[in-house]
Structure formats: structure tokens, C-alpha cells
Design a binder for this molecule. Structure first.
Ligand SMILES: Cc1cc2nc3c(=O)[nH]c(=O)nc-3n(C[C@H](O)[C@H](O)[C@H](O)COP(=O)(O)OP(=O)(O)OC[C@H]3O[C@@H](n4cnc5c(N)ncnc54)[C@H](O)[C@@H]3O)c2cc1C
Length: 452
């Protein structure tokens, strides 16, 4: 039977105390802003090449999106522009634990998008063209085969899109483990160290200014997740990015109803390494309207049209908070980044209720399984739902890697390799042209291919 829904039972992982660094280096070849999966993976690839790299994280490593996501690692249904990067990322995930000597919870447990109607199944099958082009094992499976992967469900799906070689990693393990691997290779990883801004000389980057002092450098990477747009705006760079809140629940260990990941109209659910499930409502997402929404509304229209069914718009304190936040600030004073060490939004109670209801409905065998934790994370999205990665034209030496749009965890290690190549001028073999920021300003049509 359905038990009381726990509200706001949020892991202590994200609100544990922070210790400021004892010292900071005077200089570095590269400084990375942000300790999510993108920042730490880049630091790891740079350190492996012997680059003197410092990473500054205002809160905890993986304290924001990279520690709060569903943990899906998939090529399936990706935007074609991301294919070379995700294929490389999957290769990295496969060897990651062996290479760094730490468990990251990675397993090839399969990824399934289940179709309730024939029309949906046909829509899914359109992606097989991409799968064929890249020689992937993705295929359409029948209702009978689906029932072997998803056991004891009451829903009569028509079939699904399935990739056996996709899987999962555990978000609370992966980025911290990669950060430690980077440290072992010589990177400096500083937590509780917000970057307030940068300094320039003759228009080029010359230093980053942190809350604990200045680090001289000629190469900076902004991998600041949901904060990237604000950081860039303080430098006069326009970066279209909006935030969408996703609510997630974790169950206690329970009966095995599936081994991998399942997405349908009711649920996004995956089996965890600990035997429980990470569950979200398949389609409920909230966007708190802020001044940034108004600033970039036109650029986000195509994505909004595509996502309008599941997206709930609201207006409240986020609008006022952002309105009151200055556009720029003095670098010798507290910045907005120190004021919110860890972006820890309240889970949406309606989403939590729907998650409970849908678990019970789709998997009656899990009806007695307790939800032991719920949390929310702010997804940062770009107008065409693929990342923005480039060296900015206005400030040479200042690079951006952001806008991973709700699917940056799986692609994070591949992105790290590609970005390390961009920063050092070594060709990683992963093309980045499609991710340039200028695509939103030079008349290129804004076309999201997939919003999952
Ligand atoms: C609910 C949810 C579910 C998701 N599910 C999946 C999934 O199943 N699979 C998948 O592939 N992706 C998923 N994603 C998306 C994925 O989590 C993100 O795309 C990815 O983690 C982004 O990584 P990042 O390093 O760019 O950003 P983040 O992880 O957000 O890291 C950015 C970091 O920068 C720090 N920072 C910001 N400003 C400063 C500053 N000025 N100084 C110092 N530090 C700063 C922040 O504190 C933060 O830790 C999901 C996201 C959410 C929220």
C-alpha cells in the first residue's frame, strides 16, 4: 500500500560542512571554474597530459547537477551532433574504474524507451537511422521481449527502443572519483573556492580572482553549470541558458523489476547499484520564470514548443531573487557564487506524489517499497538542447563548456577529453564546431532534435 510521501528528505551529502582551502596556488597553466562532471573530467585529462591545472569549486565536487541526476549513461536517442562525443564517452566509462582504480557505479545494464502506442513506437524507430550510421546495437524490441526486461508491470507497452550497451553510473560516486584521480595526476582541486571573476591584460585573460585570492593564468574554462550564464554576463558575454527543476526520488533496495533504465510517459526509473531505484516522473519539469527567461524567450521558443506538455511554468521568489542580483560586482567583495554555495532547490511536492503514484501503478510489486530520499536539481539548458563549448571571441583565453541540457552526465567524460584538447590545442578527434556559442546569434536555425 502507498505509504506517506516523504517531503524534502534531502541527502546530507549536499549540505555537509565545507572547509576552505589552506592555500591557493599563485599561478596555473589552466584554471577550471566548476567541479561537476565536466570540470573534473577536463582536469583529469589535462593532468594526465602533464598540464598544471587548478579547479575551483564554490561548494562540493558534484554538489549540483552532477551529483543529483538520474545516472543514465546512454547513446540512445541522442542528438546527432553529440554522437562522436558520446561514443568516445562510452569508451571512457567502460575503462574508467580500471584506469582510476575506483568504483564509479558504471554498468552496461541497458536503456529502454517504452512505447504506449504504435505511433510512439514509430517515432522511436526514426532514430535507428542514426544508430545504423554509427554501428550501434540499438533496436526496436517487441512487447514480448520488453516483458523480459521489465518484469511484473501492469502497463501493456507496444514495444520499445532498446540499447543493451547503454547503462548507468552512480552520480554520488563518479565525479568525486574522477576529481581524486585528477589530483593523483597532479591537478589542484579546491572546494569552497568561488571564482568571482577574471582579470585581463591587453584584452586577454591574465588571472582568475577567487574568494581566497588571485591565480595568474592565461587559460580559463567556465564549466559552471547553471551559473555559467550569470558568470558570462558579468564579463559582457551573452550566453542563452535557462534553468529547469527536476525532482528525483530514491527507493530502498527492493525486488528486481528491471536491471537497467526505463523511460515512459509515467516514469524515468533505473535500478541502482545498491538494489534500490532512482525514479522521476517521466515528464514533469518546472521552469521558474526569471528575468533571464524574458531576456532569452525568443531563442527558447523552439524548445518550449517541443517540451510544452511536461513543462510547468511558475513565477515566484526566483524572479525577485534574480532581479535583485547585480549584473556585475567588485572582485574584492562577496559575489553571488559565495552566497549560494550549493544550489539545492526544494523538490516539487506534486512531482513526488506523482512518482509514488506511478511506481505503485506501473509496478505493483514495488508498492510497499519505501521512498527513502527525494531531492531536486536545476538542469541548465541551451536553446537547442546541446552543449556550448568554445573559446570566446571577445576574451581570448576564456573558454566555455556548459549547456549540457539534462544529459551531460553520460557525455561528461567524453566532453572532458574534447575540452582538454581544445584548451591545449591538441586534436582530441571529437569535433566541436556544432557547439560554438555564435550559433545562437549568427542566424543559424535553432533546432532541438531531442529533449530527453
Ligand atoms: C534531475 C536531473 C536529472 C538528470 N539526469 C541525467 C541523466 O540521467 N543522464 C545524464 O547524462 N545527465 C543527466 N542530467 C544532466 C547532468 O546532470 C548535467 O548535464 C551534468 O551534470 C552537467 O555537469 P556540469 O559539470 O556541466 O555542471 P554541474 O554538475 O552543475 O557543475 C557545475 C559546478 O560549477 C560550480 N560553480 C558555479 N559557479 C562557480 C563559480 N563562480 N566558482 C566556482 N564554482 C562554481 C557549481 O557549484 C557546480 O558544482 C540530469 C540533471 C538533473 C538536474
Amino acid at each position: 500500500m502507498t505509504e506517506a510521501v516523504p517531503h524534502n528528505v534531502v541527502s546530507a551529502t549536499w549540505i555537509r560542512p565545507l572547509e576552505k582551502p589552506e592555500s591557493i596556488p599563485a599561478s596555473a597553466e589552466v584554471v577550471i571554474i566548476g567541479g561537476g562532471i565536466v570540470g573534473v573530467s577536463t582536469a583529469w585529462f589535462l593532468a594526465k597530459q602533464g598540464v598544471n591545472v587548478v579547479l575551483c569549486e564554490k561548494g562540493h565536487i558534484a554538489g549540483e547537477q552532477s551529483g543529483r541526476n538520474w545516472g543514465w549513461v546512454r547513446v540512445q536517442a541522442r542528438d546527432t551532433r553529440e554522437m562522436p562525443m558520446i561514443i568516445e564517452s562510452m569508451n571512457i566509462w567502460r575503462g574508467l574504474a580500471d584506469e582510476i582504480g575506483e568504483d564509479v557505479g558504471y554498468a552496461e545494464t541497458g536503456c529502454l524507451f517504452a512505447a504506449s502506442t504504435d505511433a510512439q513506437l514509430e517515432d522511436f524507430s526514426a532514430w535507428l537511422e542514426t544508430a545504423d550510421e554509427y554501428g550501434l546495437d540499438t533496436r526496436i524490441i517487441s512487447a514480448a521481449e520488453l516483458a523480459q526486461h521489465v518484469r511484473g508491470s501492469t502497463v501493456e507497452w507496444r514495444g520499445g527502443l532498446y540499447t543493451a550497451s547503454d547503462g548507468r553510473a552512480e552520480p554520488h560516486k563518479a565525479a568525486p572519483a574522477i576529481a581524486r584521480a585528477a589530483e593523483r595526476k597532479g591537478a589542484r582541486i579546491l572546494t569552497a573556492c568561488a571564482v568571482r571573476g577574471i582579470e585581463t591584460e591587453s584584452g586577454r585573460v591574465s588571472a582568475v580572482v577567487t574568494e581566497h585570492g588571485t591565480i595568474r593564468t592565461s587559460v580559463v574554462l567556465c564549466a559552471a553549470g547553471a551559473w555559467s550564464s550569470m558568470f558570462c554576463r558579468s564579463l559582457g558575454i551573452s550566453l542563452p541558458q535557462l534553468k529547469v527543476r527536476g525532482t528525483v526520488a530514491r527507493t530502498a533496495p527492493a525486488d528486481s523489476v528491471l536491471d537497467g533504465n526505463l523511460f515512459d510517459d509515467h516514469l524515468g526509473i533505473r535500478r541502482r547499484q545498491d538494489g534500490g531505484y532512482t525514479v522521476a516522473h517521466g515528464t514533469i519539469l518546472d521552469h521558474p520564470i526569471t528575468p533571464t527567461t524574458i531576456r532569452y524567450a525568443f531563442k527558447f521558443l523552439p524548445a518550449l514548443m517541443q517540451e510544452h506538455k511536461g513543462l510547468r511554468l511558475s513565477i515566484g521568489h526566483d524572479f525577485i531573487d534574480e532581479w535583485r542580483t547585480p549584473k556585475s560586482w567588485a572582485l574584492d567583495d562577496t559575489s553571488p557564487f559565495e552566497k549560494t554555495r550549493v544550489l539545492n532547490p526544494e523538490p516539487n511536492p506534486r512531482a513526488v506524489k506523482s512518482i509514488r503514484k506511478n511506481i505503485d501503478k506501473v509496478f505493483p510489486r514495488l508498492a510497499d517499497t519505501e521512498i527513502v530520499e527525494v531531492w531536486a536539481g536545476m538542469v541548465e539548458t541551451s536553446p537547442d538542447v546541446v552543449p556550448i563549448i568554445e573559446e570566446t571571441q571577445s576574451i581570448p583565453g576564456f573558454h566555455i563548456a556548459t549547456g549540457f541540457s539534462g544529459h551531460g552526465f553520460g557525455i561528461g567524460p567524453g566532453a572532458g577529453k574534447a575540452i582538454a584538447g581544445m584548451l591545449t590545442g591538441n586534436d582530441s578527434g571529437i569535433p566541436l564546431d556544432e557547439f560554438r556559442l555564435s550559433r545562437f546569434f549568427d542566424g543559424t536555425p535553432i533546432r532541438p532534435q531531442s529533449s530527453v
